[in-house]
Design a protein around this ligand. Sequence first.
Ligand code: MLT
Length: 393
Amino acid sequence: MLKPNRHYQDLTENYLFSEIARRVAAFKEANPAARVISMGIGDVTLPLCPAVTDAMGKAVAEMGDPATFQGYPPAVGYDFLKSAIARYYAERGIPVTERDVFVSDGAKSDTGNITDLFDNDNVVLIPDPVYPVYLDSNVMLGRTVRLIDATEENGYLPLPDERTEGDIIYLCSPNNPTGAVYTREGLKAWVDFALKNGSVILFDAAYEAFVRDPALPRSIYEIEGARACAIEFCSFSKTAGFTGTRCGYTIVPAELEAGGMNLSRMWLRRQSTKYNGTAYIVQRGAAAVFSPEGHAQTRANLRYYLDNARLIMAFLDKKGIPYTGGECSPYIWLKCPDGCTSWEFFDRLLNTAAVVGTPGSGFGRNGEGRFRLTSFGSREGTLEALDRLDALL
Ligand code: MLT
């Protein structure tokens, strides 16, 4: 008799962003004339920049020419993209080489799939609140998960103490959803903890490009000792608008070991078995992000989103609504006014202003009473949403 994976029963009914999409679809059906503005899922709105689309156009032509046609891509990325990524680190003086780079279809898949490398008999430590993929992908496997509180009191940046327990530690900085960014000292505390306890840190750096303050770290490998205890996940989604194009990369240091096994070789084995590589055309586009033109154009797009964030922050300041984030992050994490729960506030915004945000409780129990807005909208959409909220709050 077939036995399903019963751990799926321990998940919430829907993945957070699917649940939001479901509620928005129901609202639209009931209110066909409403012009809904989404500040919910962190999906970009600016198109791919010209340097990227030019490179992709050339790659399309190559694919149509027998002399340059490409078949299966290498499972973990073409050398031209891996070397561009390694250079991106080298330029910042960060010790990452081409051998450490694994190209994929995005950080979401990799943060979920990395669970394959670890035995179920590990304690998984996850900050609360945080990007729901970390928790859900471990719940699916029936793993023991401990939550570490990220609250207003610790600036949403928990640190290890003598009671902290964790073999696998998830960290996300700049944080999704709170926008909080670890300092070097904060990350060093985690690296020291991991080295002392033989743990691995899974560091989600999907939002690193939003860090404008040079004093703040953008990679865990800026911290001494991190190569011996950390894996880093990065994405072109938010940095270069690849949410619909799909490309990301994971850094597994070549020498990283756990329990006598080499994690880099294990990840290579896992990816070459279960993943057939990111499309050539997409990888050519991703490599163009690192060209001088691609860099300038993608950074201009990030500035546009950060300007949206500034508008949202100014609005919240005017209304006296407390928030974090927005400075080095596309996310603004606010306190729901009038003592509303997160979903009550979601419904209020949707039903009275046709504005969609993300309920904080969807990121963990510490997110209750909080709400996330994204700055990935268009300028017009952001301004109009703020106008509508002005009338409401
Ligand atoms: C978010 O809104 O948190 C992200 O866009 C979701 C994702 O990256 O998968």
